[in-house]
Design a protein around this ligand. Structure first.
Ligand code: ACO
Ligand code: AKG
Length: 383
């Protein structure tokens, strides 16, 4: 059943920040500009575009993105350090994520500090950002393992100091959607005046589900990356979150989805992480039908076996002849290469086509189909 959102859902795409943090991935400046332009043209609302603290090269890229004058809001990632925020301001940035580890495990074992230090650091960094007129998302790193009462306390402090939103991060990707929902709902209930952003990771294969659960629990901002790039197993994929919102939740975040295939292929090349054929939404074979019952159903009406039209994401439907084909699919494929089969001919050819696909461990090409037809001509004449 469609859910009603009082306010629009804002997609904050972090392909250029967390996406580039995928181990071994490095985008050139030219690629960053191309990706940002595409995302902007598609109507993506915000781009987390880099980390000024990384140094001159990164700052040069961020400045170049600022100079594009995109519609999308550009936001940078910063530790809760005045120096990091200064570096963002020097890039011409007016929106920042100020990140603080908020779980006791990270506060103790990574930062070597305590909760009081975190509070103090937030005051200093947020205070500095606000004095400089910045829009601020307070990033709660490892929020999914943090004490909820402490999180609510930090959120209260953030509201008092003028923060614009709080980012709930499932940094390790260890939540399930039900727990995600409960935690985000609890925080939203505790501090309703501070909008929540959700940042999810795919370590258990639930990044998209958790992003959607966060939105259903009241989050208004959601982080995505093209193809689900990101630390370790990646983040929630832009194309999955947007289509899940549209198809499963009845929420249209206003993104031009027709370019999903195009941007997916571009980012796949630029990241040297080719898109698997079966990848949800954008995989080349995401709308390929081989199994007899499915092919027959799709031929009768695509709605039988497609949750949405492939054209909506820039893909095309493919009818495949293989080991699981039935006669309807085979007749349809032969029709596409200009040959009309009778029912008897299809029955005869089907056995041979299945065997051929099984032997070759791949679907039959047009050339395979033609050869099969020609080499079966005497049997077909008798059929
Ligand atoms: C969950 C995330 O994705 S967070 C984003 C992570 N992204 C990146 O790390 C990519 C870019 N990072 C970098 O270029 C570098 O790590 C830099 C420039 C930020 C820091 O570089 P270095 O000074 O060489 O430090 P190094 O990377 O070895 O260690 C990180 C330091 O930041 C500290 N730190 C980590 N998170 C925070 C935080 N939120 N606020 C303040 N300090 C922090 C660590 O405690 C550590 O400092 P320490 O050595 O005094 O304990
Ligand atoms: O903004 C933050 O605090 C960190 C975001 C992040 O990349 C993560 O927690 O995985």
């Amino acid at each position: 059943m469609p859910i009603i959102c009082a306010e629009p859902i804002i997609i904050d795409d972090t392909t250029l920040r967390d996406g580039e943090q995928t181990a071994g991935v490095a985008f050139s400046r030219k690629e960053k500009i191309a990706i940002a332009r595409m995302l902007d043209a598609m109507g993506v609302h915000e781009l987390e575009c880099g980390i000024p603290a990384m140094g001159d090269e990164e700052c040069g890229s961020i400045r170049a993105l600022v100079e594009l004058g995109l519609n999308a809001r550009l936001i940078t990632w910063n530790r809760a350090l005045v120096g990091d925020i200064r570096a963002s301001i020097a890039c011409g940035i007016t929106s920042v994520d100020i990140s603080l580890s908020v779980s006791d495990i990270m506060i103790r074992n990574k930062l070597g500090k305590n909760r009081a230090w975190v509070r103090e650091q937030l005051k200093q960094a947020l205070g500095f950002a606000k004095e400089n007129g910045l829009y601020v998302s307070v990033g709660g790193e490892d929020a999914s393992r943090a004490d909820l009462t402490f999180l609510a306390e930090l959120m209260d402090l953030a509201v008092t100091m003028g923060a614009d939103r709080f980012r709930f991060c499932d940094t390790l990707g260890i939540l399930d959607p039900f727990t995600m929902f409960e935690k985000v709902r609890a925080l939203h209930g505790a501090v309703p005046s501070l909008p929540i952003e959700v940042h999810t990771h795919n370590d258990l294969g639930m990044a998209t589900a958790n992003a959607i659960a966060g939105i259903k629990a009241g989050a208004r901002f959601v982080n995505t990356t093209v193809n689900g790039l990101g630390e370790r197993a990646g983040n929630a994929a832009l194309e999955e979150v947007v289509m899940a919102l549209k198809v499963a939740c009845g929420i249209d975040p206003g993104i031009d989805t027709h370019r999903f295939r195009e941007i997916s292929r571009y980012v796949g090349r630029a990241s040297h992480r080719p898109v698997p054929a079966w990848k949800a939404i954008v995989g080349e074979r995401a709308f390929a039908h081989e199994s007899g019952i499915h092919a027959d159903g799709v031929i009768k009406n695509p709605k039988n076996y497609e949750g949405f039209d492939p054209g909506e994401v820039g893909l095309t439907r493919q009818m495949v002849v293989g080991k699981h084909s039935g006669t309807s699919g085979l007749i349809e494929r032969y029709r596409a290469v200009g040959i009309t089969l009778t029912g008897d001919e299809a029955v005869l050819l089907l056995v041979r086509a299945r065997n051929m696909a099984g032997d070759r461990k791949r679907p039959l090409t047009d050339a395979d189909l033609m050869r099969l037809y020609e080499t079966s001509s005497s049997s077909l004449a008798a059929a």
